[in-house]
Design a protein around this ligand. Structure first.
Ligand SMILES: C[S@@+](CC[C@H](N)C(=O)[O-])C[C@H]1O[C@@H](n2cnc3c(N)ncnc32)[C@H](O)[C@@H]1O
Length: 414
């Protein structure tokens, strides 16, 4: 994913200004790929061969700079030609120059063509546009707008280390423009992106980066002090850490991927929190479970991530419609395998960052139909709407990412 590539590559740029520009450029490039890449066939005399894939990406980034980032045309063209040379495409520098200059000459007509096509207008793949129109016809336009917006990070203030009001004062003292979220008690919205290590108290664990919608999980799970909690799909640990910041619970963080569990360990250490960490497959409890039931289970399931395209714009490029059946089957297998691990009277919070009903309301409705000892508890939040047995927030609503939650309680008697 773009996030992982950037984590490896950005530290190689010496200046923070360069790192910020590179990050903004590739995020915008992923966001705009389906639009600007669609312009290339009209600008090139013949398609580029596969071996020139990097050059194609460079041309898309050239258009992105001019059209989405407001870089003056002469600077964008010159930088893109220079980059072609840096990538070893000296022989194609003339081609890069000609393509971008042709764009500038024919821009109005080409923009009109791009706007006439649904995919290049919405910057979303066709399968997703169809799914949005099927699931959320009245909201499709606002979902598309929100999915293409560039949004500054939201912070979660670590309530175990201090109050949000105090932290806002620290931000103000550091001249960092920020605002308390109107109704999510732990959330602070920054006015602009920045290098997180510049945040006051970052290394002491005063805050973490987490969208407000994800910050709702801990209060919906509502695990009290002493509760025995399982976070079944834990990495990178944002929600697990928040649950621990809220109350002194005994939390087991389970994760399939050992390398990703390291990120949970790092986040716990920075935030000065403690949990039991386990590598394991949540669909195979026999391989890792000690046989003692949990009072609270968080299942933040692997999903299409269609609710977080504004923060992870590359998801629109690597997610395929054909991924959905396997994801839906995996979510169902996780629900079925984890349900026996929940104590009677306990709560399982099912969460996804998807906006597709097949992964959300329909998934939970099918689970409830098959499990007579499960009931959905009501959810009422200031943003979003009830959808079947759960609650759906769509991207952009009250400044939040798209998230789905369902609270499932195990009946004490059938
Ligand atoms: C949506 S992410 C969880 C995000 C996390 N809860 C947070 O707030 O930071 C889903 C995670 O589940 C893990 N996962 C997928 N299948 C799993 C399985 N069968 N057992 C345990 N973890 C799994 C993935 O590797 C991924 O790290």
């Amino acid at each position: 994913s773009l996030r992982e590539v950037l984590a490896q590559q950005l530290p190689q740029l010496p200046q923070s200004r360069e790192r910020a520009f590179a990050s903004a450029l590739v995020h915008a490039g992923a966001r705009g790929w389906l639009r600007w890449n669609a312009a290339l066939p009209r600008l090139l005399q013949k398609p580029l061969p596969r071996r020139l894939g990097a050059l194609q990406a460079l041309l898309v980034l050239g258009l992105t700079q001019m059209e989405d980032l407001g870089v003056p045309a002469h600077a964008a063209v010159a930088a893109t030609v220079d980059a072609a040379r840096a990538l070893g495409h000296d022989a194609q520098r003339g081609l890069v120059n000609a393509v971008l200059r042709r764009w500038l000459r024919e821009r109005d007509a080409l923009l009109a063509r791009l706007d006439a096509d649904a995919v290049s207008r919405a910057r979303l793949p066709n399968w997703l546009l169809q799914a949005l129109h099927a699931d959320w016809p009245a909201y499709a336009a606002s979902i598309i707008n929100a999915s293409n917006a560039e949004v500054p990070p939201t912070l979660r203030v670590n309530s175990a280390r201090g109050s949000r009001a105090d932290y806002l004062q620290c931000l103000a003292a550091a001249a960092i423009d920020a605002q308390a979220h109107a109704w999510i008690a732990s959330a602070v919205t920054l006015a602009a992106s920045l290098d997180v290590t510049r945040l006051p108290g970052w290394f002491e664990g005063s805050c973490a980066v987490q969208d407000g919608a994800a910050q709702l999980a801990a209060s919906l799970l509502d695990a009290p002090t002493g509760a025995r909690v399982l976070d079944a799909c834990a990495a990178p640990g944002g929600k697990a850490c928040h649950i621990l910041e809220r109350s002194a619970v005994q939390l087991t963080a389970l994760e399939l991927e050992p390398a990703r569990l390291t990120r949970v360990r790092d986040n716990l250490a920075r935030l000065r929190l403690h949990a039991e960490l386990r590598v394991g497959d949540a669909t195979q409890p026999a391989t890792w479970w000690d046989g003692v039931t949990y009072t609270h289970i968080l299942l933040d399931a692997p999903c299409s991530a269609t609710g977080v395209l504004r923060r992870q714009p590359d998801v629109r490029l690597h997610r395929r419609a054909s991924d959905l059946p396997a994801l839906i089957a995996q979510q169902r297998a996780l629900l079925d395998a984890l349900w026996p691990l929940l104590a009677r009277g306990g709560t399982l919070l099912y969460a996804t960052c998807s906006i597709l009903r097949s992964e959300n309301a329909a998934q939970v409705a099918a689970f409830l139909a098959a499990h007579g000892d499960a009931e959905a508890l009501p959810i009422a939040l200031p943003a979003g709407r009830a959808d079947g047995p759960g609650w759906q927030i769509l991207p952009g609503e009250d400044g939040l990412d798209g998230m789905f939650y369902a609270r499932l309680r195990k009946r004490t008697a059938c």
